[in-house]
Ligand binder design. Structure first.
Ligand SMILES: [Zn+2]
Length: 115
């Protein structure tokens, strides 16, 4: 979307220049050229706004990950049975890794079957 708005802005600037240069004293053409420049400005503004929207989407995804970690807080170490803190849980490529701060053991969690 950013590329599209940038190209549109460039086209509007070129058209605006053509109208202003080719106006030859005609107020209507000069006004249209200025309008095209304003349109280009709006497109550049919108182009700059869009990356901020994608950033908020990323933060929403991170919040979902955090709720997953909250559940993991109640887990205990397989080796020593100590309660695992949030810092000892690490998510890598979709897999959950545990590094116990109590006994120093590191292992990957495999979801146990429900039956
Ligand atoms: Zn442990």
């Amino acid at each position: 979307m950013k590329i599209v708005s940038s190209i549109t802005a460039a086209v509007l600037v070129v058209l605006g220049l053509i109208f202003i240069v080719g106006s030859q004293g005609m107020v209507a053409r000069l006004g249209l050229g200025i309008l095209l420049f304003l349109g280009a400005g709006v497109m550049i503004y919108l182009g700059r706004m869009q990356p901020q929207v994608t950033k908020t989407e990323v933060t929403v995804k991170q919040e979902i990950d955090l709720t997953g970690d909250v559940k993991l807080e109640q887990m205990t170490c397989n080796n020593c049975g100590a309660t695992l803190s949030k810092n000892s849980v690490e998510v890598k490529a979709g897999a959950i890794f545990i590094h116990c701060e109590h006994c120093g053991t590191s292992y990957q969690i495999e979801e146990a079957p429900k039956w």
